[in-house]
Ligand binder design. Structure first.
Ligand code: NAD
Length: 424
């Protein structure tokens, strides 16, 4: 009855197509709520903005920016802002939709949103980056706000970018509104534990999954793609738990070390050189060979679409922990399920970030701040409970954890949709 969206033309392996395929798989488990499923297949609101900025040399450059609110049935939009040259409306739509599913899978009172600017931020000076961020914030100021839609960091954005966003929004409305973004610096209403929260969540859900499949963390071999905010924090916690980090890959290099990398030297190298390239420990490896390496736990924590069906046939892990959003293509999901490789899906595995963002938002509203221990304990509890509910659903229907996570999440979203009714 509804026409397909006219403004989007996604290729089969694009992020939006991946998301739609994931939605199709959950429909048989939604019962009468499937009547509302079309809600999931289209964003509620998609804003495209032009961002002109003056460069340091006096020239004017224009950038494309996006903010998409996929679903707001359960609460305000929530989701990060990505700065990357490959950002497209289609990608931001998928990332926003995954945020709807994620917030609902973990039962946070949010809908899903995401933003992005099509830019290579490493080519801009700090001042240019600030001007870009401020103009983008003003442009999307039409639809963001602490009760409407709350941005956060994602790829290539950090606490400083959030501070500029918060300041710009606050100047525009004439009041200090700390709750308009999360992932802020701690002295500006940020939350303790936020920076490492996503990596911590990958560890917590990975620890639970490993326990259930009888895989001891002590001595487990871990391979990580993407040693940024998410991947590095997760790697650190696994190593602290006794695992060995045997392979790392980022945009700059791939390195392997059967005995396990020494984090005391790897982490400072990553901070100083902004990548693995040039690190002396272990041995260099071919980028494609990363997917053949023997390991127990594989953590894709870079970009989407990395685990193709062909790579899924080859990879040798028992457990895949999706630190990144959408790293596994639908065809690869089938291969992994057939091969008995357990995948903890992104919508719960990397939900630690949005969960501590939720804590930050709540703390900002109450102007009362919690200790890091309190935050980490509450995070642990929420993720363990969310994973348990998803696991029970998977066992009940004999489906993958991903489809089960979608079943739990879509039931919450569509029930909210149904009881709110259609307006007018
Ligand atoms: P980041 O910018 O801190 O790190 C990204 C990492 O990916 C870097 O190490 C980079 O070198 C690597 N990378 C980029 N392109 C690559 C390529 N082609 N091949 C291999 N490695 C490549 O970003 P992040 O915040 O750690 O986010 C990583 C992923 O986690 C993204 O999918 C993001 O959406 C997701 N995520 C992030 C958060 C968060 O709180 N930051 C929360 C949930 C999900």
């Amino acid at each position: 009855m509804s026409q397909p969206l006219s403004y989007i033309h996604a290729e089969p392996d694009d992020a939006w197509s991946t998301y739609l395929a994931q939605v199709e798989r959950v429909l048989p488990y939604l019962g009468p709520l499937a009547r509302w499923a079309e809600t999931l297949r289209r964003p509620k609101r998609a804003l495209i903005v032009d961002i002109p900025i003056e460069l340091d040399d006096g020239r004017v450059a224009h950038y494309e920016g996006f903010r998409v609110q996929h679903n707001l049935s359960r609460g305000p939009g929530k989701g990060g802002v990505r700065y990357h040259p490959d950002v497209t409306l289609e990608e931001v739509m998928a990332l926003a939709a995954w945020m709807s599913i994620k917030s609902a899978a973990v039962n946070l009172p949010y809908g899903g949103a995401k933003g992005g600017i099509r830019v290579a931020p490493e080519l801009l000076s700090r001042k240019e980056l600030e001007r870009l961020t401020r103009r983008y914030t003003s442009e999307i100021g039409l639809i963001i706000g602490p009760q409407q839609d709350i941005p956060a960091p994602d790829v290539n954005t950090d606490a400083q970018v959030m501070a500029w966003m918060m300041d710009t929004y606050s100047m525009n409305v004439g009041a200090t509104v700390t709750g308009v973004v999360t992932g802020k610096p701690v002295h500006l209403g940020g939350s303790l534990g936020r920076v490492k929260a996503t990596g911590r969540g990958v560890f917590v859900t990975g620890r639970e999954a490993a326990r259930r499949i009888g895989l001891p963390l002590e001595g487990a071999r871990v391979a990580v793609q993407g040693m940024g905010n998410v991947g590095a924090a997760a790697a650190e916690l696994f190593v602290q738990a006794g695992a060995r980090l045997v392979a790392v890959q980022d945009h700059s290099a791939t390195r392997v070390h059967e005995g396990g990398f020494d984090l005391a030297t790897l982490m400072p190298h990553l901070r100083e050189h902004r990548g693995v390239a040039g690190y002396a420990g272990g041995e260099a490896a071919d980028a494609e060979a990363f997917w053949d390496l023997p390991c127990d736990i594989l953590i894709p924590a870079a970009l989407e679409g990395q685990i193709t069906a062909a790579r899924a046939q080859r990879l040798r892990a028992r457990l895949v922990l999706e630190g990144a959003n959408g790293p596994t293509l639908p065809a690869a999901d089938e291969v992994l399920a057939e091969r008995g490789v357990l995948v903890v899906p992104d919508v719960v595995c990397n939900a630690g970030g949005v969960t501590v963002s939720y804590f930050e938002w709540v703390q900002d509203f109450s102007s009362f701040f919690w200790t890091e221990d309190e935050i980490n304990q509450r995070l642990d509890k929420i993720l363990v409970n969310a994973l348990k509910a998803i696991w029970d659903t998977a066992d009940h229907h004999r489906i993958t954890l991903r489809t089960a996570a979608y079943a739990v999440a879509c039931e919450r979203i569509l029930t909210a949709r149904q009881v709110r009714g259609l307006y007018p």
